[in-house]
Design a protein around this ligand. Structure first.
Ligand SMILES: *[C@@H]1O[C@H](CO)[C@@H](O)[C@H](O)[C@H]1NC(C)=O
Ligand SMILES: *[C@@H]1O[C@H](CO)[C@@H](O)[C@H](O)[C@H]1NC(C)=O
Ligand SMILES: *[C@@H]1O[C@H](CO)[C@@H](O)[C@H](O)[C@H]1NC(C)=O
Length: 374
């Protein structure tokens, strides 16, 4: 009898211990952190991300809501319809500027590690805890990235953030201009160069919202900071938070994943484009030899972001117009101080933009063959 009772107690004890262990595992290890206030936001974010746009568009949390309560698909160029499934083969291919959409597949592959929850009360003050306008943690990550890539000296230099490079460039102009505003040099600084900076910003960096600059001279740095404080009180705290989150993903495995992705995407585009142009007598591309890449530390084939195209026919002196007639918008050579016989085509865009451009180029090249046999 005694034995029976004690074994019953034993069973109870063991069961209780097991249940406790299971509960602990569930709380600390399982995917069951009992989320409270982020659950709704996460559900919302995933519901919007799951909206089907045929792979040729995307719905965003802050997109237009027409009927129902979900935002509509925003279609890539040349695609239309409610789910972006209608392709318009005669539309204009935009190969003018570059944009970061070519990296979109990378971020979708890293959806879980790059997603961010921002609390409504995230950093409501004007400064960080150390009274600065920039996140010290973000600065640390930026230095780490440069150290890995090896493309900038960061030791002994101060880092300044800006909402796009034009803000940084204007801050630099402000910092370098004479202190005496009555001197004629200052007037020049605020007129012509301003326009040129603006132009440069519009042309080169038109879609980058977060940039940083390395500044060596302390006095220049201080004046740039002063400008940024007057101008926008630094960069939005939300932008800094998001940049930090994305940089953490980039820095995993010494940034291999991102740079592998970038290299593969761009080199395959270059190869495809080169193949098409090699069949043409009307157009040619600049030759780019393989080079020793300091990051990968080996010789690699070219993977340029832009193609420099030449119209070879004597009578076709304006290559921009030739392409325009074929529904491709490039950027005329004269913008870069070259002849108009050249056009720059941007390869740094979404896959759809690239595919449409290639579609139109193929058509032009095929027509060449046709007209020769006629
Ligand atoms: C170019 O665009 C125009 C206007 O959209 C269209 O009518 C024409 O068919 C297009 N041409 C080509 C070759 O796609
Ligand atoms: C500004 O100009 C005045 C006279 O033109 C001069 O006395 C003063 O030193 C200048 N200040 C600086 C900082 O250059
Ligand atoms: C490429 O450059 C690195 C230094 O940046 C050097 O160590 C390496 O030997 C070079 N590789 C080739 C194949 O030239």
């Amino acid at each position: 009898m005694d034995k029976n009772l004690s074994s019953k107690y034993m069973v109870c004890l063991v069961t209780s211990i097991i249940l406790n262990i299971l509960a602990i595992i569930n709380v600390y290890v399982g995917d069951g952190w009992d989320l409270s206030w982020t659950k709704r936001a996460a559900t919302e974010a995933e519901a919007v991300a799951a909206i089907y746009c045929s792979g040729h568009g995307r719905a965003y949390m802050d997109g237009l809501v027409l009927d129902g309560n979900l935002p509509v698909c925003e279609c890539n160029s040349c695609y239309g319809g409610p789910d972006c499934s209608q392709f318009n083969p005669t539309c204009i291919a935009d190969a003018d500027g570059g944009d970061p959409y070519f990296l979109e597949p990378f971020w979708m592959q890293n959806a879980a590690s790059s997603a961010l929850v921002v609390a409504g009360w995230h950093r409501m003050g004007y400064t960080y805890h150390d009274k600065s306008f920039i996140s010290a943690e973000l600065e640390r990550h930026i230095r780490k990235l440069h150290a890995i890539v090896g493309n900038a000296v960061t030791d002994g230099r101060r880092i300044l953030f800006g909402a796009g490079s034009s803000q940084l460039l204007i801050a630099a102009v402000y910092a370098l201009s004479p202190v005496n505003s009555s001197s004629p040099a200052a007037r020049v600084v605020v007129s012509t160069p301003y326009y040129q900076l603006y132009k440069m910003q519009a042309e080169v960096f038109n879609s980058v919202e977060f940039k940083w600059a390395m500044v060596k001279d302390r006095a220049v740095y201080e004046r740039m900071v002063q400008y940024m404080q007057i101008n926008t009180m630094g960069v939005s705290r939300d932008s800094q938070l998001r940049t930090l989150k994305l940089l953490r993903v980039v820095l995993e495995r010494e940034a291999r994943d991102l740079f592998d992705f970038g290299y593969k995407t761009m080199s395959s585009r270059w190869e495809t484009l080169s193949k098409t142009i090699s069949m043409s007598k009307r157009f040619s591309l600049q030759e780019i030899r393989p080079e020793n890449c300091t990051y990968f530390d080996r010789i690699r084939e070219a993977s340029p972001g832009y193609a420099w195209l030449k119209c070879e026919r004597n009578e076709e002196k304006n290559c921009y117009r030739v392409l325009k007639a074929g529904n491709i918008t490039g950027r005329a050579g004269k913008v870069f101080g070259a002849e108009d016989r050249y056009v720059r085509l941007s390869l740094l865009r979404s896959q759809d933009d690239f595919d449409v451009m290639l579609h139109h180029l193929n058509k032009l090249v095929l027509e060449e063959g046709g007209s020769k046999t006629m």
